[in-house]
Design a binder for this molecule. Sequence first.
Ligand code: SF4
Ligand code: SF4
Length: 412
Amino acid sequence: MPKVFNWQLGREMSYPYEEHHPDRQFAFVFNLNRCIGCQTCTMACKSTWTFSKGQEFMWWNNVETKPYGGYPQFWDVKILKLLEEASGESQRWNNDVYQGKTIFEAAEKHVGPEPQQVLGYLPTDEEWRFPNIYEDTPVGKPGAPMTFDQTGTSLPEHATWFFYLARICNHCTYPGCLAACPRKAIYKRPEDGIVLIDQKRCRGYRKCVEACPYKKAMYRPSTRVSEKCIACYPRIEGKDPEAGGRPMETRCMAACIGQIRLQGLVKINTDGSWTEDRYNPIYYLVKVAKVALPLYPQFGTAPNGFYIPPRWVPRGYLKQMFGPGVDEAIDAYLAPSRELLAVLQLFRRTNRIIFRYEIQEGPKVYETERHGKPFVMYNDTIIGFGEDGKELIRTQVEEPFHVRPATHQNSI
Ligand code: SF4
Ligand code: SF4
């Protein structure tokens, strides 16, 4: 297999195709500290794209309760186990370089009548049937799962914990689904890196379903072809009736009640690395503040969804899920810099895609110590600009405080 460079692994890896990258890449950041598991995103997606016959169990956006929940059931545990068996050891990073095998490298060992491009598995029908199984089920004492620890909490990590993991297709840089398709029906759009299945070319072999480690390619029995998240591409193209020709965020992002989601487009160099774009909010969060991390980078697909890890969850679990950057990301989030605090205000202030931000300094509000570090809060103003350079949104760090006059008869 050809060699490509995967920056999330800190090294080269094998991939069935040569390097070839889009000009811009669809990417998003989810702040897991804020997700309330309301499933509004899930329903926004379902009511837009997957409400037809044969799509009953098809949830392109899902929100699962970790650690026990999963859609399909135990998808990540199963693929982690397969990878561990193929690598001959558990996940290991050395100075931010991944030492184990990716799903592509693990497949090279495969011996059998059919060549295999990607290590994966095909979930059973039952595993797809319970998209929100184990909702709100916590972890208790070690050895006593699904119980509450009676000894209370040990902040910042809790003894009893769970968290909501919102997921969509990651529109990966090296997609497993695309690598495995024998019909070459899956492609990555050159203008925005969105990964699509050509419905006319697909013959429903389900190789993509087997190969996607995130299980975000799904088979539709009524049409006998596979389908997946299309990143609401008409909205990204500005063709939504509301968009007025300007790029809009997807439906799941726009609907998010917890305001955990920010989506954008990042510029890509010909070698696949991100072009420096210091004031693009996604670039800033991932590459500068390093507060948002890829989901299971060890799979090797270089996913373009990034997560701010939940601060109350034991670090070992988070490192398995988000790689070696977890401590740095949580430290950055717990005592945010002046710039990070301002950028975090951009989440869900507009449905249009923000391409650049600017910060206007405001007065000091207070200073204190957070988790042993000095923390100063300023009431800065952050301004988000669209692709055309026009202002989209202007907001402040400190939320404006309004007191309603006590004249209404319902006032207390
Ligand atoms: S998440 Fe899965 S379906 Fe989406 S691009 Fe990556 S490999 Fe393909
Ligand atoms: S809408 Fe937002 S807060 Fe609600 S479940 Fe989805 S990601 Fe979480």
